[in-house]
Design a protein around this ligand. Sequence first.
Ligand code: GRF
Length: 212
Amino acid sequence: MEMARNITVAVLASGSGTNLEAILLEIERGVLPVVVVAVISDNPDAYALERARKRDIDTRVVDRKDYPNRGAFDSAILEAVRESGAELVVLAGYMKLIGDDMVEAFRGRIMNIHPALLPCFPGEQGVLDALDYGVKVSGVTVHFVDEGLDTGPIIVQRAVPVEEGDDVESLHARIHQAEYVAYPEAINLFAQGRLWLDGRKVRVLPPGGAQT
Ligand code: GRF
């Protein structure tokens, strides 16, 4: 009998990696059928690397400073991902844009998580921008990566109400909690083969449902 095979995932992270931790915890609980084969960072000091080392997951640092230009750095990231053999690339607080060659090579196979309800408040300061705008509801978006900044097809969104007196820290803390649910959910849908790209829309097939 053929055994079900877990999808292989490379996680790219530049910072603390609490989303990575949440994903690893779900894998360890046995509810997320994927295996993280590499954690790749552009930041040698990223705590995400430490979280991976503690679990004997392969780590790789690709530091922009070691490359003469952006193109060479982008190629090194793509090479690191290819060498990992990952089928899915998960950006978890990765603070660099993905090069066009990698977007092309992995279209529909790179996910990002953003701390706002896209298409509102893209970019590095999504939480602050939402607060400054005065929205009453913000949230989390998991999307496939395309050539733009936070513009790719949306997979999962979760709303997070803004509370009176919120600052960036308090709102981001609640958004983080929503991220720890939304990201494993999106990865799980991918692992089950239930995501289908239909132009810029992501269709979610029913459990066990086949694409027609
Ligand atoms: C998250 O809020 C994510 O939405 C954004 O960067 C943050 C990363 O946090 N892209 P962490 O490193 O996973 O703790």
